[in-house]
Design a protein. Structure first.
Length: 402
């Protein structure tokens, strides 16, 4: 297939867009793959089509072919980039990786100690874990934290408890119990709890969800379900139990990898693929971040929008257009995708555009070399040009002849 440069309405730009946040986006806009508003142009659609065709290889072979450094979780593939919209935790040793909100990690139990008797204590104005721990002179991990929800589908009150100094993952919670919303004041009161001073002890008609670290944490401070009071020395199993004991807290950078114990590292990333398929526009953006130099894009041959980029330079004595048309037809037969630049532009403009767009091979038909029966080849990733006879080039029969 051949397409003329003009048919694609390619508009290259010499300057970076004002809204550029990364080098890759800059080059995609400058080369005419994207608009400044991130719309995909005809040239961009050509590249996306090549990506989609290549994806038939399967996920592993596909990403290997692209030369992309990816992060793989159990069912998703990511590209690390500071402007990404997904927070990832990854193990640098065994390469376990996951979205932070669902990441597993090794939890640290508190030192074992005998269960002490419950003690109700006055704790005025202690509405937060931080205020409570400071008031009692305890570390935050010696407290039990709680949030209250309602399952709209069944109208069930849901009480979630986990150890202080940690953060609830609502994503993990919803995987356990389904969709939830914050409980209303009326629902909290009806359950027997008190907002700001709540615990799972003595609740009525409540689904209690307990993080799996709580049973390994003796004598925690929790709400007394009475405004202004807390209970010291609450213990799971003695004072309350649950049918839903599970991991419901968020992992953090520095937490131990669930598989090997190495400290997890956090990074921002973009999703490239999941069970639903490939995110081709994100993949194109990732390719631009990795495959470029100071002149423009250097996309892998398998996904560049064109395999060949023949161009003609105007001559005074020879009809370079006719010879370039002849050569273009030969390249079409040898390579499935060719972009013929037949514009009446200066050589420098055409060369710069070819580098910017990033096609693997530039073929230049100019008067000087034609007089010697030659044309010029310039592979995108090589510094030097080379000459090849017009006759041999026009007789190509396969993609591997060059």
């Amino acid at each position: 297939m051949t397409m003329r440069f003009r048919e694609l309405n390619i508009e290259t730009q010499r300057q970076a867009p004002s809204n550029a946040r990364t080098e890759g986006f800059t080059f995609l806009v400058r080369a005419g793959y994207l608009t400044r508003e991130r719309g995909v142009t005809a040239l961009g659609q050509q590249a996306l089509g090549r990506l989609e065709a290549l994806s038939q290889l399967g996920s592993e072979a596909f990403f290997n072919e692209l030369g992309l450094p990816v992060i793989k979780s159990e069912d998703e593939t990511f590209f690390a980039i500071s402007t990404g919209g997904v927070e990832i935790l990854e193990c640098p040793a065994c390469h376990y990786a996951s979205r932070r909100e669902v990441a597993r990690f090794q939890k640290r139990a508190l030192p074992a100690e005998p269960a002490l008797p419950l003690e109700k204590v006055l704790t005025p104005e202690c509405h937060t874990i931080e205020a409570l721990a400071d008031f009692l002179g305890l570390p935050r991990q010696k407290t039990a934290k709680a949030l209250m929800f309602t399952r709209p589908s069944v109208g069930k009150f849901v009480f979630v408890v986990w150890r202080g100094a940690m953060q609830l993952s609502e994503t993990k919670l919803k995987k356990l119990v389904g969709e939830v919303r914050p409980a209303t004041t009326e629902e909290i009161v009806a359950s027997g709890a008190a907002a700001g001073y709540a615990s799972p002890i003595g609740l009525r008609e409540a689904l209690i969800v307990v993080d799996d670290l709580i049973p390994q944490s003796a004598n925690l401070v929790a709400g007394a379900n009475e405004t202004g009071y807390h209970l010291k020395n609450t213990n799971y199993g003695r004072d309350y139990t649950t049918e839903l004991l599970a991991d419901v807290v968020m992992a953090n950078s520095g937490d131990a990898c669930p598989d090997c114990g190495t400290a997890l590292l956090a990074c921002e990333a973009e999703l490239l693929a999941d069970d639903a398929g490939f995110c081709f526009e994100n993949i194109l953006a990732a390719l631009a971040e990795v495959h470029h130099d100071d002149k423009g894009l250097t996309l892998p041959a398998a996904v560049a929008p064109f395999d060949g980029y023949p161009m003609r330079l105007s001559g005074k004595g020879l009809d370079t257009r006719a010879r370039a048309e002849e050569l273009d037809q030969s390249l079409q037969d040898a390579r499935p995708s060719v972009s013929f630049d037949d514009r009446d532009e200066r050589a420098g403009v055409k060369f710069n555009d070819a580098d910017l767009i990033g096609c693997p091979l530039r073929v230049t038909v100019g008067e000087k070399n034609l007089k010697a029966g030659m044309v010029e080849l310039k592979p995108r990733k090589e510094k030097e040009n080379r000459l090849i006879s017009f006759t041999s080039l026009s007789g190509l029969t396969s993609r591997t002849d060059l």
